[in-house]
Design a protein around this ligand. Structure first.
Ligand code: ADP
Length: 490
C-alpha cells in the first residue's frame, strides 16, 4: 500500500472513531447538565413551597392573635403575609416542570384561595376568635396537605434526578476511559505500523547504503514496508546488482591480465635465477637485483590473483599436518637473504608447533608479513618473530621497529587496495597483501590483527587453530578443501 493511501485510510478511521466517541461524550455531558439544572429547580421549588407553607401557618396564627388582641400591628402583618403568600404561589408556578406538579399546584392555589376567602367571610361575622379559628382550619388543613403533596412530588423528583445524574456520571466516566484507552491503543498501533511500514524498512535500506559507502559487503535489501520504500529498496538492489556486475567484469579483466603476466614472469624468474649463478662476479649484483625485483613482481601478481579468487568467493586450501616453527624458519630464511638492513630475531618456546593447515598458504602469509616488516622499516632495525601455542591455537607474531600505522588506518589496511597516507607516495606497493593474508588466515578459522605505535613500529599477530578441519585432512594424500569466503568490496 502507498504511504499516501495508508495515511488517508488511517486518518479517516481515526477521525470516525474519535468523532463518534466525542459526540457520545458531548451528549452525555449535555444530559448531565440538564439533569443538574432540573435538580436545582426541584430543590428551589421545595424551598419555595416550604416557605409558602410557613407563611400560611404564620398567617393563621397571626389572624388568631389579631382576633384576641385587636392590635393594628397584627392587622398590618396579616396584610403583608397575604401578599407574600400570593408571591410564593407565583414563584412556585415558575418552577413547575410537569403536568403532575401543575395539577397539584392548581389544587394548592384553589385551597389557598378558599382559605383566604373563608378568612374574609369570617372576619365580617361576630364570632369568638376560637370559633373563627375552627371555621377556617379545615380549609387551611386542605391547603397545607396540598402543599405537602407538592413537596413530596419534588422530593421524589430529586431522588430520581440524583440517581439519573449518578448513572450519567458513570456513563461519562466510562466514555472518557474508552476514549483514553482507544487513544492509547491507536497510538501504539500507529507507532508499530509506522515502525514496520516505514522506519524498519528505511533502517534496512540505510544500513545497506552505509555498508556500501563504508566499503563493506554489498548486501541486498529485502523490499518491505510502504510502496515508496519498496521502490527505493528495489532500485537500490538493481543498483548494487549493476555495481557487482561491473566489479565482476573488472575482476575478470584483472585476473586475465595477472594470469597472462605470470607465465612470462615465471620464465624471467627462472632465467634470472640461472643468470645469478652464471654471470661474472662483477655482474652478479645486477643479476641479483633483477632476480629480487622479479620475485617481488611475482609476489604482487600472486596477490592480485589471490584477491580475484577470494573475491570470486573461492579459495582452495589443502590441509596437512605442518610444523609451524619450521614454516616460520623457512620464511625468515627466505627474507633474510634479501635484506641486509635488518636484524632478524626468532623466538620459539617450542621447536615443534604442529598444526593442521595449508602450509603453502600460511607461508605466503608469513612472507607477506615479513616483507612488509622490512619494507615499512626503511631505516632497518630488528624484526622479531615469535611462535607459540596458546590454548588450542598456534600464534605467530611479527614485530618491526618501522614507521608504524596511525590508529585511524588500523582497520582499513586489511581492505583490498587500501594503503596508508604515510606510505602511499613513498613506499611501493598495491595494497593487496594484507587483505589476502587476512582472508587466508580467516579461512583457517583464525585471525590476523595488528598493534602499532606510529613512529615506533608494528606487531602483526596470526592465530590459527591447531586442529582446523582435521577430520577432513589425511596425512598421506590431502584433498583440497574449497573454502567459501564471503565476497568483499574492492
Ligand atoms: P602493500 O604493502 O603492497 O601496500 P599490504 O596489503 O601488504 O599492501 O599493506 C597494506 C598497507 O598497510 C601498506 O600500504 C602500509 O601502508 C600498511 N602496512 C602493512 N604492513 C605494515 C608495517 N609492517 N608497518 C607499517 N605499515 C604497514
Amino acid at each position: 500500500m502507498k504511504l499516501k493511501s495508508a495515511s488517508f485510510i488511517l486518518g479517516i478511521l481515526l477521525l470516525g472513531i474519535y468523532s463518534a466517541l466525542a459526540f457520545a461524550l458531548m451528549r452525555t455531558t449535555d444530559l448531565l447538565e440538564f439533569s443538574s439544572s432540573e435538580l436545582s429547580k426541584a430543590a428551589h421549588s421545595i424551598s419555595v413551597v416550604q416557605s409558602l407553607k410557613n407563611r400560611m401557618l404564620a398567617h393563621n396564627r397571626n389572624a388568631f392573635l389579631y382576633h384576641i388582641e385587636k392590635d393594628p400591628v397584627h392587622f398590618e402583618t396579616l396584610r403583608m403575609q397575604r401578599l407574600e403568600i400570593l408571591d410564593y404561589l407565583k414563584a412556585a408556578e415558575q418552577l413547575i416542570s410537569n403536568k403532575e406538579e401543575s395539577d397539584i399546584l392548581h389544587a394548592v392555589q384553589n385551597d389557598i384561595a378558599s382559605y383566604l376567602k373563608k378568612r374574609d367571610i369570617v372576619e365580617e361575622k361576630l364570632l369568638t376568635p376560637w370559633e373563627k379559628y375552627v371555621l377556617v382550619s379545615n380549609d387551611l388543613e386542605k391547603a397545607i396537605t396540598a402543599i405537602d403533596r407538592l413537596v413530596t412530588v419534588n422530593r421524589s423528583k430529586m431522588d430520581t434526578l440524583s440517581a439519573e445524574i449518578k448513572r450519567q456520571k458513570k456513563e461519562a466516566n466510562l466514555l472518557a476511559v474508552i476514549l483514553y484507552v482507544l487513544a492509547a491503543i491507536s497510538l501504539v498501533i500507529i507507532i508499530i505500523a509506522v515502525f514496520f511500514a516505514v522506519v524498519y524498512p528505511l533502517m534496512e535500506v540505510d544500513s545497506a547504503i552505509t555498508n556500501v559507502s563504508a566499503g563493506k559487503s554489498v548486501s541486498r535489501v529485502n523490499p518491505s514496508g510502504v510502496a515508496e520504500i519498496r521502490k527505493i529498496a528495489a532500485n537500490f538492489n538493481a543498483m548494487t546488482e549493476r555495481l557487482e556486475e561491473k566489479r565482476r567484469d573488472q575482476l575478470r579483466f584483472i585476473a586475465s591480465i595477472a594470469h597472462d603476466i605470470r607465465n612470462p614472469l615465471n620464465s624471467i624468474s627462472m632465467a634470472s635465477e640461472i643468470l645469478t649463478q652464471q654471470v661474472q662476479e662483477e655482474d652478479r649484483e645486477i643479476a641479483m637485483i633483477v632476480n629480487r625485483q622479479v620475485r617481488n613482481l611475482d609476489r604482487l601478481v600472486g596477490d592480485l590473483l589471490d584477491t580475484t579468487r577470494i573475491e570470486a568467493g573461492q579459495l582452495d586450501l589443502s590441509f596437512t599436518k605442518q610444523n609451524v616453527s619450521q614454516l616460520v624458519k623457512d620464511a625468515v630464511e627466505l627474507i633474510r637473504t634479501g635484506s641486509h638492513l635488518h636484524e632478524f630475531k626468532l623466538e620459539f618456546l617450542d621447536q615443534t608447533l604442529m598444526c593442521n593447515c595449508d602450509g603453502g598458504r600460511l607461508l605466503q602469509v608469513l612472507n607477506n608479513l615479513l616483507s612488509n616488516a622490512c619494507k615499512y622499516s626503511p631505516n632497518g632495525g630488528t624484526i622479531t618473530v615469535r611462535a607459540w601455542k596458546e590454548d588450542a591455537n598456534i600464534k605467530v607474531s611479527v614485530a618491526d621497529q618501522g614507521i608504524g600505522i596511525a590508529p585511524e588506518d588500523i582497520d582499513s589496511i586489511f581492505k583490498p587496495f587500501h594503503r596508508t597516507k604515510a606510505t602511499k607516495d613513498t613506499i611501493p606497493g598495491i595494497g593487496l597483501g594484507l587483505s589476502a593474508s587476512r582472508r587466508i588466515v580467516e579461512a583457517h578459522g583464525g585471525s590476523l590483527v595488528v598493534e602499532s605505535v606510529p613512529g615506533k613500529g608494528s606487531t602483526f599477530y596470526v592465530t590459527v587453530p591447531q586442529n582446523t578441519f582435521s577430520q577432513q585432512v589425511s596425512n598421506d594424500s590431502p584433498p583440497p578443501v574449497q573454502i567459501q569466503t564471503p565476497s568483499m568490496q574492492l
